[in-house]
Design a binder for this molecule. Sequence first.
Ligand SMILES: C[S@@+](CC[C@H](N)C(=O)[O-])C[C@H]1O[C@@H](n2cnc3c(N)ncnc32)[C@H](O)[C@@H]1O
Length: 283
Amino acid sequence: MSEGTESAYVPKGVDLEKPNAARTYDWFLGGTTNWAVDREFGKQVLQVMPSLRTVALVNREFLRRAVRHCVRHGVRQFLDIGSGVPTVRNVHEVADELDPDSRCVYVDNEPVAVAHGRVLLEKHGDLKRHAALNADLLNVDNLWEQTRATGVLDPNEPIALLMVAVLHFVPPGGGAEEAVARYKELLPSGSYLVASHATNDGIPADRAAEAATAEAQYKRANTPIGFRSREQFTGFFEGWDLVDPGVTWAAEWRLDDLDSELTSEWADNPNASCGFVGVARKP
Ligand SMILES: C[S@@+](CC[C@H](N)C(=O)[O-])C[C@H]1O[C@@H](n2cnc3c(N)ncnc32)[C@H](O)[C@@H]1O
């Protein structure tokens, strides 16, 4: 496991005294865009919830399966909100494997994630087809304007809106439901919503205790997370057609397209993945 790098580019205004959810998640995934404060926080969280690293990797595997599903169903444009620090097998790479003309705009409210996304795209992407933006998912109009200004996505053609492992950073009552409803209005017919979300609803009893402690730690670190029930999560897809098999555990969704062994290890107890997932199409 990488120990990160202290020489990674630090954009102006970034406080490296405080851990950040994006960089801690990068460390969980084995990335290098994290600092001592993030790794220290990540280690504390893993002490109370040792499965969290696998939970993150299984979530990432769902993301790849969902992207492939969208491309196979004719969607070539991706708006990845809460995209995180770029890591191995990013959305544009997975999409490009199936359609080299696919397009992707990455959005995150963490400046380090965005700066590293830009560096990666300059080196390995195609700036006509890929962009990275700094925006908050709750500022829908600003985010949408910035996305349009890149010229990367055609707003009249279907777009897959990815909100993977991000909505729980806006706890219930914080405006996520309203924001998602507005994105769904803006997107044209044939677009997809791909989402995953941490939960404590129906997870194994030992995980529930761990999840509660981890939730308290994130709150203390000023990056609060808020779990949603299956019903609350399903509400994000309202009015759109859920793709089979509907809302499931991350370790349950379309396992016929797995590209790693990890998820199948939880086939007998998929609720250990502690996250709901779903993909829906706008009629
Ligand atoms: C756990 S990571 C998920 C990364 C990626 N989507 C994945 O599933 O592998 C969550 C990301 O959401 C970002 N985020 C949290 N709140 C956000 C907000 N209000 N607007 C935009 N991004 C946000 C964090 O900075 C972080 O990079």
